[in-house]
Ligand binder design. Sequence first.
Ligand SMILES: Nc1nc2c(ncn2[C@@H]2O[C@H](COP(=O)(O)OP(=O)(O)OP(=O)(O)O)[C@@H](O)[C@H]2O)c(=O)[nH]1
Length: 417
Amino acid sequence: MQQKVLIIEDSASTISLLTKLVEMAQLKPVLATSLTAAKHIFIHSDPEDYLCAIVDYDLPDAPNGEAIDFAVKSYLPTIVTTARLDEDIRKAVLSRDVVDYIPKENAQIFDYLMRLIGRLEKNKTTGVLVINPKRNERSAMAALLRRHNFITYECATAAQAETLLDEHSHIKLVFVDSDIQDKPPTQFVAWLRKQYSKEDLAIIGIANDRNNLLSARFIKSGANDFVRKPYHLEEFLCRVNQNIELLENVETIRRTANTDYLTGLPNRRHFFYTVNKMQRNQPANQALALLDLDFFKAINDTHGHDAGDEVLKVVANRLAVMCADVIIARFGGEEFCLYLPDTTPHNAVSRLKDIRHNISEHPVKFGELTLNVTVSIGLTTRSDHNIQAMLTTADKLLYQAKHNGRNRVEHDATNLN
Ligand SMILES: Nc1nc2c(ncn2[C@@H]2O[C@H](COP(=O)(O)OP(=O)(O)OP(=O)(O)O)[C@@H](O)[C@H]2O)c(=O)[nH]1
């Protein structure tokens, strides 16, 4: 279900801007121009339907942030907007459990709001671990992170942290306080860094002002960043967001580099990376198949390149659905490669025959057209081969399949019992 954002705002120009931003984020704006109206709307709603509330500090019936209290009490992650921002208002806003505040100074600041809304959505699946022996400090930090929808974990020692990291792979950020007792903190950071790369886990060191040199020591030991205590809420949140966004950007680049743009399947590069890793376990049985569409050029020539693209996407999707347990890649053009670990020759042959059959029996629809598609398959089940040798063998068998009339599987399995 599309999540909603409650906007409590009385300025027409801000309402129009916020409504557009919320819609751009694929969310549904629900508008109230006063606190009374907001109460009326919200009484019939479930807080779970709302991602957050964007609340004006100064409303005609709530001039001193009373609407913020209403949103916070209603369990809505609350972002405050304000036309005036003096020190008293800043303090008044930050004394409440808000996500953040946005001064309505210029249009640029609304980019920040967009990012903030996007983060609230993404943070729901991101874990953050706070390691600090002082319960009050770590609970306060975890509560702050929860306001931003992070899944939080807390512990007092390095040993407990190791267990939590083992158990929860969605932990992407760790705060290591310099006061941990069971290990020297920088040594613990260095140990963590050996287990988790900078692209997989962000580490932020945290210490109080007296330890001037600690920031450098933390970072030299492998921390991504450092926060000095006592911290300003604004700086703390900026650092959290920056570090998390960096991890996400690396993940996006990684995914893009490993994925075929048209079909969404892994590409050749990723295929080799994954298969080489799996081969280290020396599987007893393995099979490799090359699958090539027949007379594909004719589809392009007769019906156009878009029709050809559609055929590639549909076949790729069918392969992905039929072979969820198999490593599949688009090797280029109209050729796909399948690696079947721990599969007996008998099963490999039978599965590839099923795939051939399925593709030939289910034509691809493209607009008004119905396109008959067949594939030729070369399959090797000689598991003593290395992957390069298996590819060469599968390629020869594929050539035979083409030569022997197409729409067939050629394989080298001898014992099919
Ligand atoms: N639409 C589309 N066509 C592609 C893509 N990549 C390669 N092709 C086309 O795929 C066709 C492959 O043609 P051929 O190598 O002659 O193979 P074929 O027509 O399938 O013939 P056989 O393999 O011998 O059965 C060429 O026309 C390429 O331009 C793509 O991403 N999209």
